[in-house]
Design a protein around this ligand. Structure first.
Ligand code: AP5
Length: 239
C-alpha cells in the first residue's frame, strides 16, 4: 500500500546483474510510493506467453539468455511510459540494459517532460544493486515466482510458508524458463559485456548510486528507500 504521500517521485532506474534483487526491490518501492514497476523482462515474458509479434521475435533470444534488440525494447518502453500511471514517477527494472538504450532513454525523458511538481523534469535516480557473483547462481536457481502476480520467493533465502504456493494470493509458484544453469551463465555474460557499461554511462554523468545487494532483503530495501528520499530532497533543493 502506498504511504499516502502522493508526491512526484520521478523516474527510478534499477541496474544490477540477473538475480541482484531488482524485481524484489522494485515491488517494494512500487508499494511504498504507489508508482508502477516497469519490468522489461516481465513485459517481454507476457508477450511471449500471449504469442504476440513482439513475443515471437523475443522468444528464442530470451531462451538463449541474450538481449532482445534495442529497437524492439525501446518502442515497447516508450508505449508503457506514455501511460497515465507513469505521470508521478515509475521504476524501470531491467532497462536500460545497453548504452544505446540509456542514450535513448535520456533523449526520451528530455522530449517528453515528466511533471515533477515544479514544471520541470526530474532527473532519474539510478541505483545499481551489487551482489557477489557467486551468490547470483544460487539466487537464480532458488527463485520461484507466482503465476498470478509475479511475487518473488527463494527456496534458500525467502521461502513461501507452504512449498510452491504464493503466500499472498495462493497461486502456484513456478521456475522461470531462463533460470536454468546453462542459460543463467549466458545472461551473466550478456550483463558483463552489454549492461556493465550502462552503469559507467551514468557514473560519468555523476548520477550513479551503488547499493550493497548482499545484505538481507529488508536491509537492502532500507538503503534503497533512503537513497530515493535523499534524491527527492536534493531534487527539491533541500539540504
Ligand atoms: P529480466 O526479467 O529483466 O531478468 P534479469 O535482469 O536477468 O533479472 P532477474 O529478474 O533475473 O533478477 P532480479 O535482479 O530482478 O532479481 P529478483 O528480485 O528476482 O530479463 C530477462 C530477459 O529478458 C533478458 O535475459 C533479456 O533476454 C530480456 N530483456 C529484458 N529487458 C531487456 C532489455 N532492456 N533489453 C534487451 N533485452 C531485455 O531476485 C532473485 C532471487 O534472489 C529471488 O529468488 C529473490 O527472492 C532473491 N533475493 C532478492 N534479494 C535478495 C537478498 N537481498 N538476499 C537474499 N535473496 C534475495
Amino acid at each position: 500500500m502506498a504511504d499516502g504521500t502522493l508526491r512526484n517521485i520521478g523516474p527510478i532506474i534499477l541496474l544490477g546483474p540477473p538475480g541482484a534483487g531488482k524485481g524484489t526491490q522494485a515491488k517494494r518501492i512500487a508499494e511504498r510510493y504507489g508508482i508502477p514497476q516497469i519490468s522489461t523482462g516481465d513485459i517481454l515474458r507476457d508477450n511471449v506467453q500471449r504469442g504476440t509479434d513482439l513475443g515471437l521475435q523475443a522468444r528464442a533470444v530470451m531462451a538463449r539468455g541474450e538481449l532482445v534488440p534495442d529497437s524492439l525494447v525501446c518502442d515497447m518502453v516508450a508505449g508503457r511510459l506514455r501511460q497515465a500511471d507513469c505521470a508521478r514517477g515509475f521504476i524501470l527494472d531491467g532497462f536500460p540494459r545497453t548504452p544505446a538504450q540509456a542514450g535513448w532513454l535520456d533523449a526520451f525523458l528530455e522530449r517528453e517532460v515528466f511533471d515533477n511538481g515544479r514544471g520541470g523534469q526530474c532527473l532519474p535516480i539510478v541505483m545499481r544493486i551489487d551482489v557477489d557473483y557467486n551468490r547470483l547462481l544460487q539466487r537464480l536457481t532458488g527463485r520461484r515466482t507466482c503465476l498470478a502476480n509475479g511475487h518473488i520467493y527463494n527456496v534458500y533465502f525467502q521461502p513461501p510458508r507452504v512449498a510452491d504456493i504464493c503466500d499472498v494470493d495462493g497461486s502456484r509458484l513456478v521456475i522461470r524458463n531462463d533460470d536454468r544453469e546453462e542459460v543463467i551463465r549466458e545472461r551473466l555474460k550478456a550483463y558483463d559485456l552489454q549492461t556493465r557499461p550502462v552503469a559507467e554511462y551514468y557514473e560519468q554523468k555523476g548520477r550513479l548510486v551503488v547499493v550493497d545487494g548482499d545484505l538481507p532483503v529488508d536491509e537492502v530495501s532500507e538503503r534503497v528507500l533512503r537513497e530515493i528520499e535523499n534524491h527527492a530532497v536534493t531534487a527539491a533543493g533541500g539540504s
